[in-house]
Ligand binder design. Structure first.
Ligand code: ATP
Ligand code: MG
Length: 153
């Protein structure tokens, strides 16, 4: 079904604002009005962004920032979720989409979770013929970039 990805993002963000504020984080949002629609299941897309945004919240210390941005790339719509959190070590980056994979046991035990969030997100994005990648700098922050095929009319 053709859906507006900015609508999905707005819904997820409003559900998660309580935890954003609780943690003293700043969330900035850049969603253009005139994005092309994408052919997607909105519940599944909500789950994708909920998983990624919950990581940004969980792995960003108090006072940090989260940026949510959507862009029209022509044949694709790109969504970027960036944080100023703890980052991911280079050697772990290739494995973070694996089921149950979590970066180092000490941080994982402290922060809780099963290591499924990103693998589920990736599965859903690929089922929509989209792309997902993660860029990260340890101690600096993380950016998750998702591209979905746009419905160009
Ligand atoms: P779950 O999502 O199942 O509750 P999880 O968050 O540990 O558990 P994933 O969401 O799959 O699992 O993420 C895998 C690992 O990648 C995490 O354990 C974490 O170490 C790292 N990671 C994911 N997102 C971020 C982020 N924004 N900043 C820093 N590390 C991250
Ligand atoms: Mg997670």
């Amino acid at each position: 079904k053709p859906i507006r990805i900015d609508g999905v993002l707005t819904a997820v963000i409003s559900k998660m604002m309580v935890s954003v504020r609780k943690k003293g984080l700043e969330l900035e949002c850049d969603l253009p009005e005139d994005l092309p629609k994408v052919f997607a299941d909105s519940d599944k897309m909500e789950q994708v962004f909920q998983n990624i945004l919950s990581n940004a919240i969980k792995y960003t210390p108090e006072g940090g920032r989260i940026f949510v941005k959507a862009e029209n790339l022509g044949s694709q719509v790109q969504v970027s979720i960036r944080d100023t959190g703890i980052g991911i070590p280079k050697e772990d980056l290739p494995r973070i989409f694996e089921r149950f994979y979590r970066v180092d046991k000490t941080r994982s035990r402290q922060l809780g979770g099963t290591g499924l969030g990103l693998s589920i997100a990736r599965e859903i994005v690929l089922a929509h013929e989209g792309e997902i990648k993660v860029e990260s700098e340890l101690g600096q922050g993380t950016e998750v970039i998702i591209k979905l095929p746009a419905i160009v009319v």
